[in-house]
Design a protein around this ligand. Structure first.
Ligand code: HEC
Ligand code: HEC
Length: 408
């Protein structure tokens, strides 16, 4: 199930199939719900029964109601408090990096909803500085996606866990060195024995980090209460923005409920990659990053079709994670909305295989509608109550959270 090469071969078929479906079940369910709600409102004006009752929440729209088997947890890494706590300590401990200064939390900052404030990440492993190729995404709700990273090159959290450690720009270490460095700390030896019943090794190191990542969730935003039937949970503007998101603005055609990301219900079996044609930052030309197409192991034909495709990321906590897109092309949500609103014609460059949802041209959102959409994105989707606590100290004795990245 967690075999990387097998699922890399299988998933592009799903990607393509999904891109060609002209509508999506969950979205359509909402469309009909919104339609039902408006007709109920009309009936209300006519004095009929049913007035004031909120639209019924469609099934499966809550993060807490995902189908049980949609995001399986490996049998050898079922969560226990000891495993999760060990993973949390490792996440904040710079012991995993070669220079003993970089922790996972150096780039995934709690005060930025576990992203950072930079256009693209900082190459913290390099003394002389430099940048990473892409921006740092939040890690909220990563357990609810089948593909990790902007291009989906990792398909499980266990397989992702040591990639930043080995990345020469990020933490600059190696699997072996990280295992040795962690095992050299007596407190970790005890914690690993308690959590995994043995010595520190590569497998238990991966599992501890993944076990922690699975616990970092955000599902208490105002939109969750709204979806549960509390109409007061969104302001009037945000509620209008919510309707626009599922209607005229077409956002829900790619950012699906309940993650507001490319993992589509009702089965939630795949995470989608879409071609929106984001520009190079500050330029009027297509991004040079080929995204999904650059992932090793894709059949040639799929790679060609997925050039410049990126994972449709979660919009939960989007207010806190600027700048936006894989390359930080946009500094503000206003700029993101303008990008979608203007449509492909006005961009001054063409985009091969542009997603069919983007093709019909400008959205023609009025300034009021943009304000309402922004209100929804900002107030409706924000919930950082599930942020992990920063430990007062970490077993290595190094600085918890490591060195923060320089501003860019
Ligand atoms: C130097 C900065 C940096 C450090 C350190 C770092 N990350 Fe990241 N992280 C990034 C960037 C940048 C990306 C996006 C890379 C890409 O998509 O190609 C990312 C992506 C991720 C993702 C995928 C999220 C998604 O939605 O696809 C996870 C999960 C993650 N990192 C966890 C970790 C863990 C665990 C550690 C520590 C072992 C860590 N990161 C250390 C910068 C960093
Ligand atoms: C055709 C599919 C599609 C549609 C329609 C779409 N998005 Fe996206 N969205 C994506 C993809 C794919 C990305 C990542 C693109 C990239 O990084 O190059 C993205 C990125 C974003 C981001 C940046 C996320 C981050 O973490 O940096 C925001 C904000 C966003 N979209 C909001 C919206 C809104 C609001 C709408 C409706 C007006 C919308 N999207 C419509 C697919 C789509």
């Amino acid at each position: 199930m967690f075999n990387a090469s097998a699922s890399l071969a299988a998933r592009p078929q799903i990607d393509k199939a999904h891109r060609r479906v002209a509508g999506d079940t969950v979205n359509d369910m909402w469309q009909s719900n919104v339609a039902l709600a408006s007709s109920a409102l009309l009936l209300c004006l006519g004095g009929s029964a049913g007035c004031g009752s909120p639209p019924a929440s469609p099934m499966g729209q809550s993060l807490t109601r995902f189908p049980e088997d949609a995001f399986p947890i490996p049998v050898d890494n079922q969560p226990t408090p000891a495993r999760v706590e060990l993973g949390r300590l490792l996440f904040f401990d710079p012991v995993l990096s070669a220079n003993r200064k970089v922790a996972c939390a150096s780039c995934h900052l709690p005060e930025r909803a576990l992203a950072d404030a930079r256009h693209v990440g900082a190459a913290l492993a390099i003394e002389s500085g430099g940048v990473l190729p892409r921006s740092t995404p939040t890690i909220f709700n990563v357990r609810f996606q089948h593909s990790q990273f902007w291009d989906g090159r990792a398909d499980s959290l266990e397989s992702l866990a040591l990639m930043p450690v080995e990345n020469e720009l990020e933490m600059g270490s190696s699997r072996d060195k990280a295992v040795r460095d962690v095992a050299a700390v007596p407190q970790y030896q005890t914690l690993f024995r308690e959590a995994y019943g043995g010595e520190v090794d590569e497998n238990s190191l991966r599992r501890a980090i993944a076990a922690f990542l699975r616990t970092v969730t955000a599902n208490q935003a105002p939109v969750d209460k709204y979806l549960a039937g509390n109409e007061q949970a969104l302001s009037a503007d945000a509620a209008s923005g919510f309707a626009l998101f599922f209607g005229k603005a077409r956002c829900s055609r790619c950012h699906y409920l309940p993650l507001f990301a490319g993992t589509e219900g009702p089965a939630f079996v795949a995470t989608e990659f879409r071609i929106t044609g984001v520009p190079e930052r500050g330029k009027s030309e297509l991004t040079r990053d080929i995204g999904r197409a650059g992932v090793l192991g894709l059949p040639e034909q799929d790679a060609a079709e997925l050039r410049h495709a990126f994972k449709a990321p979660t919009l939960r906590n989007i207010d806190k994670t600027a700048p936006y897109m894989h390359n930080g092309a946009f500094d503000t949500l206003e700029q993101v909305l303008d990008f979608y609103d203007r449509g492909p014609e006005s961009r001054g460059y063409s985009v091969p295989n542009l997603d069919f949802v983007m093709q019909p041209g400008p959205l023609r959102l009025s300034s009021d509608e943009k304000r309402q959409l922004l209100a929804f994105l900002r107030e409706g989707l924000t919930d950082v109550s599930g942020l992990p606590g920063v430990p007062a100290s970490v077993p290595s004795g190094l600085v918890p959270g490591g060195t923060p990245p320089p501003l860019d």
